[in-house]
Write a protein that binds this ligand. Structure first.
Ligand code: COA
Length: 253
């Protein structure tokens, strides 16, 4: 299993652990993460969730082999089940971004409550270069946070950005030395042990209320386009190029 879970001192940790594939997320891994979130929400002793990866890599995003073999359909795929669990989670979610966060790796951070990023981390949403489109509300949330001009760099060009850029954009709380990210994120998560859980959950629901409506609508629209794009010749060329370790050739489209 490439998702490890553990609960310690009121904090449920969900660790992405598939370093040999740069923590690329398979359908089974999305399912395991969704189940871990649901279990943490249901367990009264859990006061916060800590989401993390491996040293040097948070996640390289969706497993591209999975995209080719089992292209998700909007609404029912394990990635949707996971993101629905994350969006619906009313306990605080703290992300410790220990390295690169690509594709859904960045998108999921938009829906966490606290994000601590290592000074080596690079974030990127390179969907267009893969023949795809933004997902899970990022076409709404990224322009809201960054403004249209910088959103175009990230979403149309797929330009990577640093942890410091993510802090400036309001996506992340702080950049820390790589060796300190996890301990700092855990300390923040453990602060919820001293706070009244009912007030925390009600406040999180209030903070998310207006955003959720727009985001849920965007997720449905994006999901339909994303599913179509996954089957496009452009995406097929991009995925083949990735595994053949060559540059994609979009000149014929
Ligand atoms: N899906 C499937 N396999 C992936 C993957 C992904 N998203 N990301 C990495 N891998 C695999 C590689 O194919 C390689 O497998 P191999 O050893 O069998 O050849 C292995 O993980 C190591 O990746 P590699 O690219 O050699 O490592 P790197 O250190 O040079 O680069 C990344 C790391 C994360 C920058 C690079 O792997 C990458 O760009 N991955 C794709 C990211 C992406 O486009 N994600 C968006 C999906 S929407």
């Amino acid at each position: 299993m490439s998702i490890r879970t553990a609960t310690l001192n009121g904090v449920a940790t969900i660790e992405i652990a598939r370093p040999e594939k740069k923590n690329a997320l398979t359908q089974a891994m999305y399912r395991a993460m969704a189940e871990a979130i649901d279990a943490a929400v249901a367990e009264p002793a859990v006061r916060a969730i800590l989401l993390t990866g491996q040293p040097g890599i948070f996640t390289s995003g969706n497993d591209i082999e999975d995209f080719m073999q089992r292209p998700p359909t909007a609404g029912e795929s394990p990635a949707f089940v996971f993101m629905r669990a994350l969006l619906g989670c009313d306990k605080p979610v703290v992300a410790a971004v220990t390295g690169a966060a690509i594709g859904i790796g960045t998108t999921m951070l938009l829906h966490c409550d606290f994000v601590y990023v290592s000074d080596e981390a690079r974030l990127a949403m390179p969907f267009v270069g893969l023949g795809l489109v933004p997902e899970f509300g990022s076409s709404v949330v990224v322009p809201q946070l960054l403004g249209n001009a910088r959103a175009a760099e990230k979403l149309l060009l797929g330009d990577p950005f640093t942890g410091a850029d993510a802090v400036e954009a309001g996506i992340a709380n702080a950049v820390l030395p790589a060796g300190e990210v996890m301990a700092h994120a855990r300390r923040v998560a453990e602060r919820f042990n001293a706070l009244p859980p009912g007030a925390v959950r009600a406040t999180k629901r209030l903070l998310r209320r207006t955003r959720s409506e727009a985001v849920l609508e965007a997720i449905a629209v994006e999901g339909g386009v994303f599913a179509e794009r996954l089957r496009s010749p452009e995406a097929k060329e991009a995925f083949s190029a990735f595994f053949q370790k060559r540059k994609p050739d979009f000149s014929k489209f």
